[in-house]
Design a protein around this ligand. Structure first.
Ligand SMILES: CC(C)(COP(=O)(O)OP(=O)(O)OC[C@H]1O[C@@H](n2cnc3c(N)ncnc32)[C@H](O)[C@@H]1OP(=O)(O)O)[C@@H](O)C(=O)NCCC(=O)NCCS
Length: 199
């Protein structure tokens, strides 16, 4: 269970970070449809399609994935983050993190605040290690995860296909959760980013 929290961005705008809910289909669809082409290329499935968005919300029911969203006062989703847990015994201590932020809210610390919220979720689920997977073209993602202390572990050449069907490399980065917290706290200390639990 994730305690909803309000978070203040670097430009003083506030968002509510909470778990995704069944009623989030429309706002989620609007969020993914508004992402620029370069971000949509990295979707693992076409989230501009209603069925795909409905399916990822239905997936929440069996607990194999947990999703958080950042929501503005008028109800718009401006970030979407996920932790996907392995179905296999030998990877049961690992979760994969996914994260998207709306262009209107990027470079304001929202990605870092979402990452912190996802670490909380990971810690409460007993996760020991987090992995992120991306294509080399996802430069903002490479930068933020590097800043968070993730290190590149492997590159699988021409392994995945982007939404246009073109083969791309897949970069895998990983970090132990305990080290992540330390790195995260250091970064947050240097900024005035804050989030507050709701009473
Ligand atoms: C990756 C992403 C979520 C980052 O969100 P964000 O809210 O802009 O991130 P933050 O503002 O918290 O950035 C934190 C730090 O990451 C680095 N960073 C983030 N975006 C960057 C960019 N475009 N260029 C260079 N550095 C960047 C910076 O060091 C930044 O700190 P600074 O702004 O103080 O310099 C967002 O760019 C995004 O949605 N990208 C497309 C989707 C994607 O590739 N997701 C990854 C899939 S796992």
């Amino acid at each position: 269970m994730f305690e909803p929290r309000t978070a203040k961005l670097k430009d003083n705008r506030e968002v509510l970070i909470r778990e995704m809910q069944a009623g989030d289909v429309e706002a989620s669809l609007a969020f993914f449809r508004a992402l620029p082409e370069r971000d949509r290329l990295s979707f693992r499935r076409d989230l501009g399609m209603r069925e795909a968005v409905e399916k990822r919300i239905r997936e929440l029911e069996d607990g194999a994935v947990k999703r958080l969203v950042a929501v503005t006062a008028d109800g718009a989703i401006v970030a979407d983050g996920a932790l996907e847990f392995s179905e296999y015994g030998w990877e049961r201590h690992i979760a994969e993190l996914r994260l998207f932020a709306a262009p209107s809210h990027q470079r304001k610390g929202l990605g870092m605040l979402m990452a912190g919220a996802l670490y909380d979720l990971a810690a409460s689920a007993g996760v020991e290690e987090i992995v992120v997977k991306m294509m080399p073209s996802q430069t903002a993602a490479l930068r933020i995860f590097h800043k968070l202390g993730f290190r590149q572990e492997a590159v699988l050449r021409q392994y995945v296909k982007d939404l246009n069907g073109a083969r791309q490399d897949l970069v895998l980065m990983r970090r132990r959760l305990e080290d992540l917290w330390q790195k995260y706290e250091e970064f947050m200390h240097e900024t005035d980013l804050r989030s507050f639990r709701m009473e």
